[in-house]
Design a protein around this ligand. Structure first.
Ligand code: CA
Length: 222
């Protein structure tokens, strides 16, 4: 995964470059908006981490120009703590996400994984989490490379959980999903289907968040 890091704060950039490198990302670092636009045009990265406050043209302008050329390019904005207006402007101009400085490295890595999953899903129609792979076009699910049989409702619940991996899906959200897909839903339908899914996927894949709902960890394990 190739990342373009646009950040004029040298110590921060060096730290990020090192930490992301250790996670296996290839990081190309530039410190100006002009340099960023050049790289986006001639050596397109997979993901852009874009600081808003840059010495030449600001990050929002860079984002606007980049979006004109490539609507799909995933962009994660970095904003200063007091830059609430910047955040709104960034998202209005098509940023996929933003992080407020200072941020934890674990938070940045989590956001990057969300973007990566989105990229992978667009490219292949596949969501892969741990040992489970879902093809959302063919509507097939495989575990450790072996295709498994899922009932329609099981598939729909699993899809909802995998698409939102890392986030809790409440019981009522999942029930609403079943209703909206035109299914008859009994009062314990969600529990029943989750139980069946666990038999097929292993007990650890779907976590119960007691009193709230269910969750799949982004890496497929706790
Ligand atoms: Ca800056």
């Amino acid at each position: 995964m190739q990342i373009l890091l646009v950040e004029d704060d040298q110590p921060l950039a060096k730290g990020l470059q090192k930490a992301l490198g250790q996670q296996g990302y290839v990081v190309n670092h530039v410190g100006t908006g002009e340099a960023a636009l050049h790289v986006i045009e001639f050596d397109k990265p997979d993901i852009v981490i874009l600081d808003i406050g840059l010495p030449d043209i600001d990050g929002i302008t860079v984002l606007k120009k980049a979006r004109k050329k490539d609507k799909e390019l995933p962009v994660l904005m970095l904003t200063a703590r007091d830059g609430v207006d910047d955040k709104v402007a960034g998202l209005d101009n098509g940023a996929d996400d933003y992080l407020v400085k200072p941020f934890e490295m674990t938070e940045l890595l989590a956001r990057l994984r969300v973007l990566e999953r989105r990229i992978a899903a667009v490219k292949t129609n596949e969501i892969v989490i741990g040992h489970v792979c879902m093809d959302t076009v063919a509507q097939l699910v495989s575990v450790d490379g072996k295709e498994i049989e899922l009932a329609r409702k099981e598939y729909m619940l699993l899809k909802s959980l995998m698409e939102n991996a890392g986030r809790v899906q409440t019981r009522s959200t999942l029930e609403t999903r079943l209703y909206s897909w035109g299914e008859e839903v009994s009062s314990n339908a969600v529990e029943v289907h989750i139980h069946r899914l666990r038999k097929k996927l292993g007990n650890d894949f779907i976590k119960t968040i007691r009193g709230v709902g269910y969750k799949i960890h982004a890496e497929g394990r706790a």
